[in-house]
Unconditional design. Structure first.
Length: 302
């Protein structure tokens, strides 16, 4: 690859369908090179053995990526019963264990029991850090660290298929939910061991895998067609209500000055736009009906 190509100022969001075997950082590096982008980052890491929706943020969009991280995520996952994995997935050392006869009725009932708020202990094979070291590195050295339970919320868990001791599910869950741990917990609830064999992310908030592009596909497009694949930055924060500002109010906001609004609005975060529908950034209205800056884009506002 020619690393001396001119780097371009690009802003916005690109949805990638991450392939099997690629780390999220490898996918990011490839996309960054294809677009010759000066600044890019991904949001919502996927393991190399997982596929699916990986949002890539360019330029100014990187400032707002954290708002997407807090969104619900939807996955399709396959769980193989009768085997235990040292890592909870197909990368680990496998040990065969017992298989119990299982009816569809019992399986459906046990899956429903996972819906709602619950506590989950993060796995050792995760990117969580202990004293600056990722847990998975310590796990590979045989070190086991005590991990604190965290609250998770599963809003949907449905059975897609059950055949030859493999359960395929679709799960929609909150930030911080580990599907490999969920897979083991489901198997244990059924009285067996089990591990995650496949994982595919299909949604993050309102973003859908149907809108994503493969790396191979993107690489074959012309420069203009590639740019047309990029969504505007405000897509990252479209879960917040919109607020259109007058030109005079835009000037105040650009200078970081709060605005006393005439109309009473709810105390929450808003996406800010000019009269001509140009995205400015995020603002928050306090209990005194003052609009204050949360984050602004750096591009010129007309």
């Amino acid at each position: 690859m020619n690393e001396n190509r001119k780097k371009l100022e690009i802003s916005g969001l690109l949805l990638i369908d991450k392939p099997l075997g690629f780390s999220s950082n490898q996918a990011l590096s490839k996309i960054k090179w294809i677009f010759s982008a000066k600044k890019a980052g991904h949001t919502g890491t996927l393991d190399p053995l997982a596929t699916g929706l990986l949002p890539i943020c360019f330029g100014e969009a990187t400032k707002f990526s954290s708002h997407l991280l807090n969104s619900e995520k939807t996955y399709e996952a396959s769980i193989k019963l009768g085997w235990k994995s040292s890592t909870g997935d197909a990368e680990g050392k496998l040990t065969e264990s017992k298989i119990i006869s299982l009816s569809l009725e019992k399986l459906q009932k046990e899956l429903k029991s996972f819906i709602g708020l619950s506590k989950q202990t993060p796995p050792m094979f995760s990117a969580l850090k202990y004293n600056g070291q990722p847990l998975y590195k310590l796990a590979r050295e045989g070190v086991k660290i005590e991990r604190q339970e965290r609250e998770i919320d599963i809003s949907k868990l449905i059975l897609l298929n059950y055949s030859k001791n493999i359960i395929k599910i679709e799960v929609t869950c909150s930030k911080g939910t580990y599907i490999r741990t969920l897979a083991e917990d489901i198997a244990n609830k059924l009285g067996m061991e089990g591990y995650l064999t496949e994982l595919r992310r299909t949604k993050i908030g309102k973003l859908n895998i149907n809108e994503a592009f493969s790396i191979e596909n993107i690489s074959t497009l012309s420069s203009d067609k590639r740019k047309s694949c990029i969504k505007p930055t405000e897509v990252l924060v479209d879960r917040y209500p919109k607020l259109s500002l007058l030109d005079s109010e835009v000037d105040f906001i650009k200078n970081g000055q709060p605005i006393k609004l005439k109309k009473k609005l709810n105390t929450e975060i808003y996406t800010l736009f000019t009269k001509s529908k140009v995205f400015i950034g995020l603002g928050e209205i306090d209990s005194n009906n003052l609009l204050k800056v949360v984050r602004l884009i750096s591009t010129n506002i007309n």
